[in-house]
Ligand binder design. Sequence first.
Ligand code: SF4
Length: 351
Amino acid sequence: MRDLQHFDVSGALLDWYDRHAREMPWRVGPAARAAGTRPDPYRVWLSEVMLQQTTVAAVRDYFHRFTTRWPTVAALAAAPDEAVMGEWAGLGYYARARNLLKCARAVSEEHGGQFPDSYEGLIALPGIGPYTAAAIAAIAFDRAETVLDGNVERVMARLHDVQEPLPGVKPVLKEHAAAITPAKRPGDHAQAVMDLGATICTPRTPACGICPLRPPCLARQRGTAADLPHKSPKKPKPIRHGHVYLAQHSDGGWLMERRPDKGLLGGMLGWPGSDWSEAPEPSPPFEAQWRELPAEVRHTFTHFHLILRIHTAPLEVDTAPEGLVIIDKHAFRPSDLPTVMRKAFDLWRGQ
Ligand code: SF4
């Protein structure tokens, strides 16, 4: 057993990472990096934005499609908004897609297509917060920034047997993470801690027996690992209700709305409908014999659960009511819809 003061945590992590780094489409592995290959900041940035609150498995396909269609930040900056929002559909948190475009355009127009190579330069860009700025600075530019995601928080809480709950204890965990951030290979170190949290020091069943931090880890010594980190109890999410209206023209076109840029699902295409509240008034987009489907959409957003009732009617005019658009049947792609709107479409199609 070794105490934490006398154990080279980062050295052990880097040795482990050299042998066990996960392969990811946006990553330059430790061997290639040692041989001089530099990561592409565009790919690092894109992956970090996509990975916020989503898993690696969910992001791979999106990352592949984005980088095939827009291989550089300049290509993404020049893309039409609708094309980018369409490709993003299904990843959720649509404000991030809008910020993604703003950021690409800022890099392209104000920085000559080159991402700034420091935390301060990166955090000044639209849509880049402290976590993402630190992650890009470390991974793409080998800056000794401390990167704190959920995996790193868990590893730090266990290594030091921190009993206070998240989120209040975050600053303490960040200090612990900062204390082991090395001046040499900080990018590999950041990825090593994240990989350890994702593959060995996992939430429910940490594999302490094969962990490189096993000697000094306090939670392992005290048998508390599987319970950490503690979390303050969450408030239950409220339930909101809403109505959406699916109207199809006999030529196959759909009546839709482009949601305002600000707010939930901002900038995305969706079905016209009511606001989402405790008891919304039905608000059909035009007078008709609307038929309500016998099933409802249930969807959970970050701050609330939503129950949507779906109404349908034929669209008998050729011009869309004010504020709405008719999407031609050839241009309509259900996969471009945000998940909640696609669920409504799938229910309609299933009827
Ligand atoms: S020894 Fe166990 S609890 Fe400690 S860091 Fe490793 S996997 Fe996590």
